[in-house]
Design a protein around this ligand. Sequence first.
Ligand SMILES: *Cc1c(COP(=O)(O)O)cnc(C)c1O
Length: 367
Amino acid sequence: MNDFIPPAKPIIGDEERAAVDAVLRSGMIAQGPQVKAFEEEFSAALVQGRECVAVNSGTAGLHLGLLAAGIGPGDEVIVPSFTFAATANSVALTGATPVFVDIEPDYFCLDPRAARAAITERTAAILPVHLYGHPYDAPAFESIAAEHGIKLFEDAAQAHGASLQGRSVGTFGQFAMFSLYPTKNMTSGEGGMVSATSEIAHNVRLLRNQGMERQYANELVGFNARMTDIHASIGRVQLTKVGGWTKKRQDNAAYLTRYLSEVDGVTPPPVAPGAVHVYHQYTIRVEQDRDRIVKALREEYNVGSGVYYPIPNHRLASLEKFAPGLDLPETERAAAQVISLPVHPSLSESDLERIVTAVAAVAKAGA
Ligand SMILES: *Cc1c(COP(=O)(O)O)cnc(C)c1O
């Protein structure tokens, strides 16, 4: 059988190894000049110069961003249920209540109309996700937020470099979080980057370091969520490459869509007008038998794939208490139908051919 095609593949090269080695040799390994340089370079490269603050995970970035924006007990924050649990977890960890809302069927992102309908007098903010690397409908959420005097944030964990109508993801909300976990579009090992208004960025900076800006002059109760210079040095190298990797992801996606559009029962991911999709995932819908298709791709064709996410957040044991009896039909339909195919930059032309051939054969066998 052919070699296994993995669903994701972090790329770590000689430059990253050399950068880590240089930091280790410097003797300064905790947060220092590498982190500062990484923040400035990330800001210039990806979020049009907005202030950036590096932390030790994407989840910490969301949690600190919410706290820095004043979210806490008594507040409701509207989130999608069709996302990674970190989105709602960070809301719950502030003491606020995550309010789960349905997605729109095209791009799998939070549905603005459903979000508007879920607003109460306790709603403090909306935290939609740029899921799979496709930007959410920012203009719609911006008008809802302005109309109701509530805040708008961004879970941009999967969307480094995505944009809508020329505006970069990471510049829409009062703050945005990018994850730097190894399977994301770029990595620092573990890590997160928050882009924010200067007031929120200032508070995130305090919260990540025990509430201190000046040593031992603690202004508020904070965490240790600092990124190390070791991790930042990896991130800085990856930042110089992520543009090329994104281009490769987009080319791979274009290839997959060209062939999969012809396959009955398979819907390739559409892209909204004016949107730049960075394909953290290339996610198709299949009308039936999703789990059989995933299994056959793996067992008969040695093609890896992923299901993100099989259980909506509002039905997880950890989060269901926030959503008793809630029914989110588009979320359930997506959770039953989605398959993410390999789209990462290491795929060869023959990998791509194998993927489309396998999907076409497996989809046909079930029809
Ligand atoms: C990965 C991810 C996170 C969490 O990021 P970590 O760096 O793993 O903590 C949050 N939200 C979404 C949508 C993610 O994909």
